[in-house]
Design a protein around this ligand. Structure first.
Ligand code: FPP
Length: 228
């Protein structure tokens, strides 16, 4: 969800104004994804690097996350949405956890689209933590480096509850930046990327549809000669 700060600054507003507007774009996109039969949608809300932002900006982001959850949890439940958080949840404040944990627990029983927020998330950290957990399991005799394959290793990643759906098909990045920024690097190994010149606060259902249309034209060969 990139470009909130620039979107606001270009309009002469403080950066946090962009986050407020940005958080209001989420609901419609999730609903559209669900309508179209998308099984998993994962939004990058706060990276491990974002901890270096000013306190005021960070506290606005936490307030927006809390507000979103309080306001939308009933509707998400009605829509049968599953909610998960990927990232360093232990670093979040008690105030955030008090809203987040019950929301995740309440929606855990659902069977519809998986909505995931990456919060205090970094792909390198995720892979590093998985490697450490795997090494620990080997030392304790629960795993062996000889027996493990890549799929079995994936159970140590934060995205493991998604099972086979953890492989990313499409990454949409807004704001005109053309980089991956430490997002789902393992899971997106064979993802298609769509980079859009608009900032996240301007992103809507039409742009989402457009990105999916672009995706549908891609020839996904997964390293083979033909996709057939
Ligand atoms: C990137 O734009 C966006 C973020 C770091 C925060 C995204 C968060 C929200 C949209 C709202 C809060 C979250 C939820 C789940 C309700 P940027 O600030 O890096 O923009 P810039 O590159 O223009 O500075």
């Amino acid at each position: 969800m990139d470009g909130n700060g620039r979107w606001a600054e270009r309009r002469g507003h403080p950066r946090v104004f962009g986050h407020v507007r940005g958080s209001s774009r989420i609901k419609a996109v999730v609903r559209r994804a669900d309508e179209l039969g998308v099984k998993v949608i994962t939004l990058y809300a706060f990276s491990t690097e974002n901890w270096n932002r000013p306190e005021t900006e960070k506290s606005t982001l936490w307030k927006l996350l809390i507000k979103f959850l309080k306001k939308e949890v009933d509707e998400l439940d009605r829509q049968n949405v599953q909610l998960r958080i990927f990232g360093e949840v232990d670093r979040l404040s008690v105030g955030v956890r008090e809203v987040l944990d019950p929301a995740v627990a309440r929606l855990a029983k659902n069977t519809g689209i998986s909505l995931n927020f990456c919060v205090s998330y970094g792909a390198r950290l995720e892979i590093f933590e998985a490697a450490k957990a795997f090494a620990r399991a080997c030392l304790e005799g629960r795993e062996s480096p000889n027996g493990v394959d890549q799929r079995a290793f994936e159970k140590y990643l934060w995205t493991s509850p998604l099972g086979e759906c953890s492989d990313v098909d499409l990454v949409i990045r807004t704001s005109g930046e053309i980089r991956t920024s430490n997002f789902l690097l393992w899971q997106a190994a064979y993802a298609e990327y769509v980079f859009l010149d608009i900032c996240w606060p301007d992103f809507g259902v039409k742009d989402f549809d457009g990105a999916l249309e672009e995706y549908s034209k891609r020839d996904r060969r997964f390293g083979k000669v033909s996709s057939k």
